[in-house]
Write a protein that binds this ligand. Structure first.
Ligand code: COA
Length: 322
């Protein structure tokens, strides 16, 4: 399997750290030094499905395929206004696609899970061209009176088209139950039989715990996938890591003893856009011509669950007709 098209879309509204100090006991310097984040884009006028469609259309267009050539659509999403139908169903026909579609919730590692599943479909010839879209609005599940969580996230969407080819070298996905460290709980309707009153709980996160789990798990994933493929850190040209916190990325980089240039970031501009983060990064780098043809990329992400995913791929340059 290989990536042949990319796209991304961000909300128009840009929120600077200073703009948060009006209603949160925080500061630009705290947010920047503890996370690296300077701004984030937040949904205001647009809807998440509009962002998903824009990013997916760009990915299809850059792939050179027609929407009718897509034979499976996978949407990575943690939560949106609809519980049903799925986000993939909502965007399918507006995109001009006519194929099976499904959503998956792999939290911030959802893109890696989607790639792993797409590879299984493609290598068994169940599908040839798969569209993967990650569209996330984490701003809608934070409590905006809680400085511990709300400053970290941004909204956005990213997409890739994958097809048969020999780009991807290997995948590693893991899961472990750690419900308490990171969760967002939505209340369900009550029934005459089960009267337990449920309450929606905005995102609850034990930041320090998540930080430690993330660094530990990513290092394990990266070391394992490198070793399994007889590679060392030096063999990787670029590490595209989940954009959650610059300090998490730095800890992984320091463990690997690799230079900063190999770890491009955009969390400074967008914050943590959950499973869309690596996709937005790939799209930006690829469109700017910053991913050399035939370079070796290592992708790695972690998210609530606790779930992680990593992949190694050889990159084939994509031509964009701007
Ligand atoms: N502004 C100002 N102060 C803040 C703050 C904010 N936005 N958020 C927390 N603080 C305060 C805390 O209350 C605490 O104060 P205290 O020392 O008086 O108790 C202090 O800053 C340190 O808090 P701590 O939680 O130890 O900071 P930290 O260095 O661990 O950074 C995170 C907090 C959340 C940035 C960091 O732990 C992190 O990034 N964790 C991973 C989160 C993540 O990636 N989640 C998504 C997973 S997909």
């Amino acid at each position: 399997m290989k990536i042949i098209g990319t796209g991304s879309a961000l909300p128009e509204k840009v929120v600077y750290n200073d703009m948060l100090t009006g209603f949160l006991d925080t500061s630009d310097s705290w947010i920047t030094t503890r996370t690296g984040i300077q701004t984030r884009h937040l949904l205001s006028k647009e809807t998440l499905s509009e962002l998903a469609i824009t990013s997916a259309s760009a990915a299809i267009q850059s792939s050179g395929l027609q929407p009718s050539d897509i034979d499976y659509l996978i949407c990575s999403n943690v939560a949106n206004s609809y519980v049903t139908p799925s986000l993939s169903s909502i965007i399918l026909s507006p995109l001009g696609c006519c194929c099976p579609c499904t959503d998956l919730n792999g939290a911030c590692a959802g893109f890696l899970y989607a790639l792993d599943i797409a590879d299984a479909f493609i290598s068994t010839h169940r599908a040839k061209n798969i569209l993967i879209v990650a569209a996330e609005e984490p701003s809608r599940f934070c409590n905006w009176h809680e400085r511990e969580t709300s400053v970290l996230f941004g909204d956005g969407a990213g997409a890739v088209v994958v097809t048969e080819g020999n780009g991807f070298v290997d995948f590693r996905v893991t899961a472990d139950t750690h419900t308490d460290v990171l969760y967002y709980k939505r209340s369900l309707e009550t029934t005459p039989y089960d009267r337990v009153e449920e309450k929606t709980m905005p995102l609850v996160m034990q930041g320090r715990e998540v930080f430690k789990l993330a660094v530990r798990a990513c290092i394990k994933d990266v070391d394992t996938i490198l070793e399994k493929n007889n590679l060392t850190g030096d063999d990787i040209d670029m590490y595209l890591l989940h954009q959650a916190n610059l300090r998490i990325i730095d800890s992984i980089r320091e463990h690997l003893g690799q230079p900063k240039e190999k770890f491009p970031t955009n969390l400074q501009k967008y914050g943590n856009t959950s499973s869309a983060s690596i996709l937005i990064l790939i799209d930006e780098l690829s469109r700017e011509g910053l991913i050399p043809d035939q370079s070796t990329l290592l992708l790695s992400a972690f998210g609530g669950g606790f779930v992680t995913g990593a992949a190694i791929t050889k990159w084939s340059k994509i031509e964009y007709n701007s």
